[in-house]
Design a protein around this ligand. Structure first.
Ligand code: FES
Length: 227
């Protein structure tokens, strides 16, 4: 009888120890699986975050800029055929691919310009104070950003001027500040002129117009590019 009791107690102890072992293995496996599931995405995310800039070195060049004999920073904006002969300014968006170390967004508007085909010679003043004459038929390009505080000017056919809706600055089609009827013109300088490059399209007179687009600091007299 006593021997039977001893055997029973031994079986129970063995069974309990087996159950503990299985339970330990199950918990350990579950823990390991949890770690793998939790840490895996973190490592994958870190990998992408850290190494993405290196993967994206082979980006396409900026949209329509820097190709052939047109320098980097010049954007295809329009063709000469799209401009009226009477010199009425036409507004165009400047489109470029945008990217930084982690993002690439193709063909985004980065600004806008007014282009016009000069109906006659136009004398302009350069940044150093010297004068230059743009010839009839040449393409003139102005930034649409008002130098006062950065609002966007728009062409007004009634006054044949470029007007800023924010604080009523007015500009001639040449970009020069103008004051009509003694009104205050808060802009510290004339509209900012941008350089253009023309590129022939196959045969014919039509040309592509590339603009050396840049932004300038507002609220100051000097025309200083934002780097
Ligand atoms: S932003 Fe144009 S007048 Fe002030």
């Amino acid at each position: 009888m006593s021997e039977d009791l001893d055997n029973e107690a031994g079986d129970e102890a063995e069974s309990a120890s087996g159950t503990e072992r299985r339970s330990f293995i199950l918990e350990a496996s579950t823990g390991l699986l949890g770690v793998c599931l939790g840490v895996g995405p973190v490592i994958a995310g870190l990998w992408g975050f850290v190494f993405d800039p290196f993967r994206k070195r082979d980006l396409p060049s900026k949209y329509n800029t820097g190709s052939g004999d047109v320098k980097e920073g010049h954007y295809l904006v329009a063709t000469t055929d799209s401009l009226p002969e009477d010199g009425t300014p036409q507004r165009f968006e400047v489109i470029s691919d945008k990217y930084d170390a982690w993002n690439f967004i193709p063909r985004q508007p980065i600004g806008s310009v007014y282009l016009r085909k000069l109906p006659g010679d136009l004398e302009i003043e350069l940044e150093d104070g010297s004068k230059k004459v743009l010839k009839k038929g040449e393409i003139d390009c102005l930034q649409t950003t008002c130098p006062h505080a950065g609002c966007s000017v728009s062409y007004d056919g009634n006054t044949n001027a470029l007007l800023c809706p924010c604080h009523n600055s007015e500009f001639e089609l040449s970009g020069a500040k103008r004051t009509v009827g003694g009104k205050d013109n808060p802009s510290p300088r004339s509209l900012d002129r941008l350089d253009t490059v023309l590129k022939p399209i196959a045969d014919g007179d039509n040309m592509e117009i590339y603009v050396e687009f840049m932004e300038f600091y507002t609220g100051v007299h000097e025309k200083n590019p934002v780097s």
